[in-house]
Design a protein around this ligand. Structure first.
Ligand SMILES: NC(=O)c1ccc[n+]([C@@H]2O[C@H](COP(=O)([O-])OP(=O)(O)OC[C@H]3O[C@@H](n4cnc5c(N)ncnc54)[C@H](O)[C@@H]3O)[C@@H](O)[C@H]2O)c1
Length: 280
């Protein structure tokens, strides 16, 4: 019987991404650079998109030294012309994208009572509109070929309000729905769309939190796996969803938070237990 997913003629890595063109946005950041490294190790050719071109070039060079084909593309994902330019750069270097990982994001403080409209819009421009623009522009080639995979990095903040963080949670909740909408609209034409919801991951985006007091110990205590996540914890799951190994996974969301989401009852004070649910 013929193997529908044609793994046999794809030598090497279990994920069978050999030669696939994978676009990663926010590639210069903590989670993005880990995603790039994992996809590259599985044989993908990489387009590293970020508004921080210098860091992207450095990452491309370090991957190249490991035998991974990678190009750096300066791109502001919230700007339609910049995204279109990135599509053209990727086309010229490698041909159309097989995989898009929407990962670039930002986090800014702001309570709802006082947040300025500009600050609200600035966050949604990247964290939501940027995800739609990249999906639309890179998705076009996937739809033409009838094959492709999009993975959106959302957050557990899509399901739990991250207070005093302006549009962060509303934007991530919207990304979760955007992912499902794309799955429903494009699934019949061979393009899958899935989301990953990271919990607490130590990266440049979150580093300032960990610089303060004993935050790492306290956050670890309220996580089922009793540790803070690493960028690789997210990258491995993104790579699985991007790959043909997840061929029948569409419109799904994977929470990758070390079990933080299951700890609510452990945070409720109970006689005889300390605050982390450990029997006193
Ligand atoms: N770190 C965490 O704990 C955590 C938890 C949940 C979700 N996330 C999500 O993971 C993703 C990656 O976060 P990270 O922790 O690696 O952050 P990071 O700050 O290390 O990386 C984010 C990258 O996005 C880039 N970027 C920002 N705006 C951009 C724009 N307009 N165009 C192009 N690139 C832009 C930045 O230059 C940076 O390189 C984000 O979407 C974030 O919301 C992170």
């Amino acid at each position: 019987m013929a193997n529908q997913n044609a793994y046999e003629d794809r030598a090497g890595h279990w994920l069978a991404l050999d030669g696939d063109v994978c676009v990663v946005t926010g590639a210069a950041g903590g989670i993005g650079s880990a995603i790039a490294a994992v996809l590259g190790s599985a044989g993908a050719r990489l387009a590293l998109l970020d508004r921080d071109e210098e860091k992207c070039v450095a990452l491309a060079q370090s991957l190249d030294a490991r035998g991974i084909e990678a190009i750096a593309v300066a791109c502001d994902i919230g700007d339609i012309d910049s995204v279109q330019g990135a599509v053209e750069s990727v086309d010229a270097a490698f041909g159309a994208a097989d995989v898009l990982v929407n990962n670039a994001g930002l986090l800014r403080p702001g309570g709802i009572e006082e947040i300025a409209l500009d600050a609200w819009n600035a966050m949604l421009r990247v964290n939501l509109t940027g995800y739609m623009l990249c999906s639309q522009k890179f998705g076009r080639g996937m739809l033409e070929r009838g094959a492709g995979s999009i993975v959106h990095v959302a957050s557990i903040a899509a399901h739990h309000p991250q207070t005093w963080s302006g549009a962060y949670s509303p934007g991530k909740a919207a990304v979760s729905m955007l992912s499902r909408q794309i799955a429903a609209e494009w699934g019949g034409r061979g393009v899958r769309s899935n989301a990953v919801c990271p919990g607490m991951i130590r990266t440049p985006l979150s580093e300032s939190f960990y610089a303060q007091g004993d935050i790492e110990r306290r956050r670890s205590a309220m996580t089922a796996s009793r540790r803070i996540g690493k960028p690789d914890d997210i990258a491995d799951v993104v790579a699985f969803l991007a790959s043909r190994r997840a061929s029948y996974v569409n419109g799904a969301e994977l929470i990758v938070d070390g079990g933080l989401d299951s700890m609510l009852m452990d945070l409720v004070p109970r006689p005889g237990f300390d605050a982390s649910g450990v029997k006193a």
